[in-house]
Write a protein that binds this ligand. Sequence first.
Ligand SMILES: C[S@@+](CC[C@H](N)C(=O)[O-])C[C@H]1O[C@@H](n2cnc3c(N)ncnc32)[C@H](O)[C@@H]1O
Length: 353
Amino acid sequence: MEAMHAQSRFVPMPVSRPPGEAIPTAAPDPRPPYRHEPVLLAEVVAHAPPQARLIVDGTLGGGGHAAALLQHLPQAELFGCDRDPEAVAAARTLLAPYAARILLKHLPFSALPHHLLADSVDYLLLDLGLSSHQVDTAARGFSFTHDGPLDMRMDPAREGPTAATLVNDAPPEALRDLLQRFGEERFASRIVAAICAARAEEPLTTTGALARVVAQAVPGKHHRRGFHPATRVFQALRIAVNDELRELERLLAVVPHLLAPGGRVAVISFHSLEDRMVKEAFRAWEQPCTCPPSMPACVCGKVPLGRRVTRKPLTAGSTEAAANPRSRSAKLRVFERAAGGEATTDPAPARHR
Ligand SMILES: C[S@@+](CC[C@H](N)C(=O)[O-])C[C@H]1O[C@@H](n2cnc3c(N)ncnc32)[C@H](O)[C@@H]1O
């Protein structure tokens, strides 16, 4: 693994200015404030190894989890990334008091192995999915309640399909497959038929237009209070646009090599597709032996990489669930690499279908 340790780059660059030159005042920030309440915050902090020196936050968002970890572990440095440049900017602002201990990058987390040394990370956090800020910003096109362009790219600068491209250009079979696989949508065929009829008239370009077409396609008796009928369709499109499951698969494949002995990885997921991948990866790392049960002794030679700290996922308590509805679907799983030995077993069991 090509790797680079971030240590020397944590030193902030001195700013030199000719004597007498006026210090520029900051222009007013035209952006709306970044709004996101970190979920399972106490649990994420409680599972951090107390002696952690290098924390990695692969999904910085507004920086809420990162700030709590930096406050809790004053000896630790943090490498943080997000594929959304707006999130990196927001996190940089929130984490300004810790500037000498952080290095933040605009990256997808699958690129982390290119920025970190093997066996170096004491605590790796992934808080998957979207921030409230992304969902609530209509222009990002993630929301069926705030009408906006059908975009859904977490990194708006990235070339590649938007949700509008998929909805308007994908062949019907591909669209149905996408809704079934990534949204587990039982009315996929009806919804695709309705989308194809609508797009034959004119392209669907806004989240509102798509949400209306989907709502009309789902039979009325299956509309549930508090659950928009387009929820699964929006989830499926978002996962496809951002290639979210492959991102997770690629990172999980290298996590055991990135963790320091005794290091931990904590993953918060918000839907069953991601949670299943995390659960299966952690189980395979703990029990990698592939010998048939009939074998009297192990001959495959694969040794456990560590242990599942959480055998069942941790979920939000009633107080957090009432205060932050987003936390209701959150599941936190934690794995700890064994303190001795090497992560030699092939750690790539998590495949998304
Ligand atoms: C739930 S928010 C994280 C919130 C954050 N923990 C906080 O306390 O504010 C998820 C973030 O992960 C980012 N994200 C999702 N998938 C990513 C990926 N593959 N690589 C990097 N960032 C990703 C999103 O852009 C979003 O900002």
